[in-house]
Design a protein around this ligand. Structure first.
Ligand code: HEM
Ligand SMILES: *[C@@H]1O[C@H](CO)[C@@H](O)[C@H](O)[C@H]1NC(C)=O
Ligand SMILES: *[C@@H]1O[C@H](CO)[C@@H](O)[C@H](O)[C@H]1NC(C)=O
Length: 427
């Protein structure tokens, strides 16, 4: 799937509102015109199957950190936020240094630096553009004059730092839960330390280690955050990705470890952590691509079907992760919603870990929350919801997800962590 496909879907979704959304359409057209064929998006036929050990080719997998791509710390006004991957890309000139980029720039940059599949990058970037941006571009940190309000939006886009429960979720690997820490985009050193401790014996951070870290963080949210909400989409698609990305993207690939090996030094570099074990220092926004670091092979991009395999493995190991729900105002009061209830019986607890269901379910329950999430952002909520729905359909097409027709509403209102977002301005 190409970025173009989503763009035309967006154009269609917004077309009926051409008069209300002239700026969005202008942006979409400009973006279309500037799109150039990218060597970072191999057609599916040239890719190998997900999970197969890839070849290693040092020359094409080396990621430059010199010249145009030398590290430059963010200056005043430059946006950095909850995503270490995007922060590092902006610091190294693989995204605009001010931290504001278009959908096409996100797709190209994440492919080039990390080997993110065009399908996955297009979905993530499009979701950001609608939820946290102006429909075409968005900030990797907070609001900025670079992304002003335009006709059709009710206010100033908040960027992904101001996106709690819309994009940013509870139980992030190292970021704190918003209502526990007052922000959701800074590393909490104790969580970084906890992750570091899990892999330090053999200096190796693999998926098993990361899933265990998520289990611990999940439990911490239940027992520490009265407002913990394991949201649709955030808890079922975004947060699990935040964990798998750490190994799949940050790991250093080599002839010896073509799937990648992630050690503590590389982890620290990407998370902007310096100092030694037990005495770490975090410098917000200074995420670095390590010197002499190798990314994924061109035939082995991390696509949505690849991510689905990982999401499924994670759900089999810890089924509670798929429990959409939350605490009900006190700690240790977690109530999970019944998947059958949420989906009118399309999914149930037993079938959730079969095939691609874990990710399909995540995407599809995510759609249910959209009208609520978009309220207050757009003058015409339905059009925006349609645009995201179309992006979700593109994403789920390759997974062969079951058809979900019934949308069950009103299930999330019992959770104060969810309700807060509706009554609390930008959150
Ligand atoms: C267009 C592509 C991307 C988008 C839109 C995106 C967006 C986000 C968002 C909204 C979050 C906050 C989620 C949360 O923790 O609540 C996040 C976290 C994260 N992202 Fe990205 N991201 C993208 C690409 C990447 C890439 C290429 C990497 C590569 C390493 C990456 C690694 C991570 C990690 C590890 C976290 C969790 C951070 C933590 O808790 O410390 N992301 N991303
Ligand atoms: C990545 O692996 C190669 C081969 O083992 C090694 O030379 C290089 O230093 C590693 N990079 C990092 C950042 O550790
Ligand atoms: C779903 O749950 C609600 C209340 O939590 C209940 O009223 C409704 O009957 C349930 N629907 C199904 C299909 O189980």
């Amino acid at each position: 799937m190409k970025a173009t496909a989503i763009t035309s879907i967006l154009t269609l979704a917004f077309a009926g509102l051409a008069s209300a959304y002239p700026s969005i359409l202008e942006h979409l057209e400009a973006q279309e015109a500037s799109k150039k064929a990218s060597r970072w998006s191999l057609p599916f036929s040239k890719r190998q199957a997900p999970g197969v050990i890839p070849p290693f080719d040092a020359a094409s997998q080396y990621v430059s950190t010199s010249g145009d791509y030398a590290f430059v710390a963010p200056g005043s006004g430059d946006q950095r936020g909850p995503c270490p991957g995007l922060n590092a890309m902006a610091n190294h000139g693989y995204l605009p240094h001010d931290g504001v980029a278009t959908i096409a720039e996100f797709v190209e940059g994440t492919g080039k630096v990390f080997g993110m599949g065009t399908d996955l990058a297009t979905f993530l970037a499009t979701y950001g553009a609608i939820m946290d941006g102006d429909g075409t571009k968005w900030s990797i940190g907070g609001p900025t004059a670079e992304v002003p309000s335009i006709l059709g939006l009710t206010g100033v886009p908040q960027g992904i730092s101001g996106s709690h429960n819309k994009y940013e979720g509870d139980v992030s690997p190292t970021r704190g839960d918003l209502y526990e820490y007052g922000n959701d985009y800074l590393v909490q050193l104790k969580y970084f330390q906890a992750l570091y401790d899990l892999g330090k014996d053999d200096d190796n951070y693999d998926l098993t280690t990361l899933f265990e870290h998520r289990k611990n963080r999940f439990q911490q949210s239940i027992s520490g955050n009265p407002y913990f909400f394991n949201g649709p989409l955030t808890g079922t698609v975004v947060i699990p990705a935040a964990y798998t990305f750490i190994y799949r993207f940050m790991a250093n690939k080599s002839a010896e470890y073509p799937m990648g090996r992630l050690n503590g030094e590389i982890l620290k570099s990407f998370f902007s952590i310096t100092g030694s074990d037990g005495d770490f220092t975090y410098t917000p926004g200074h995420e670095r691509i390590p010197e002499n670091w190798y990314t994924r092979n061109l035939v082995d991009y991390y696509t949505i079907p690849y991510y689905s395999i990982d999401a499924n493995t994670m759900a089999l190991a810890y089924p509670e992760f798929l429990s959409v729900g939350g605490n009900t105002g006190t700690v240790n009061s977690f109530v999970g919603l019944d998947p059958a209830n949420l989906t009118g019986g399309v999914y149930d607890a037993e079938t959730l870990t079969e095939g691609n269901n874990a990710l399909c379910y995540g995407f599809q329950v995510g759609v249910q929350a959209l009208p609520d999430l978009l309220e207050g952002l757009f003058t015409d909520v339905d059009a925006a919801a349609d645009a995201i729905g179309a992006a979700v359909n593109q994403a789920t097409d390759s997974l062969g997800c079951p058809q979900l027709n019934t949308v069950v509403k009103g299930q999330f209102d019992q959770y104060p962590g969810y309700a807060k977002l509706k009554s609390d301005g930008t959150y």
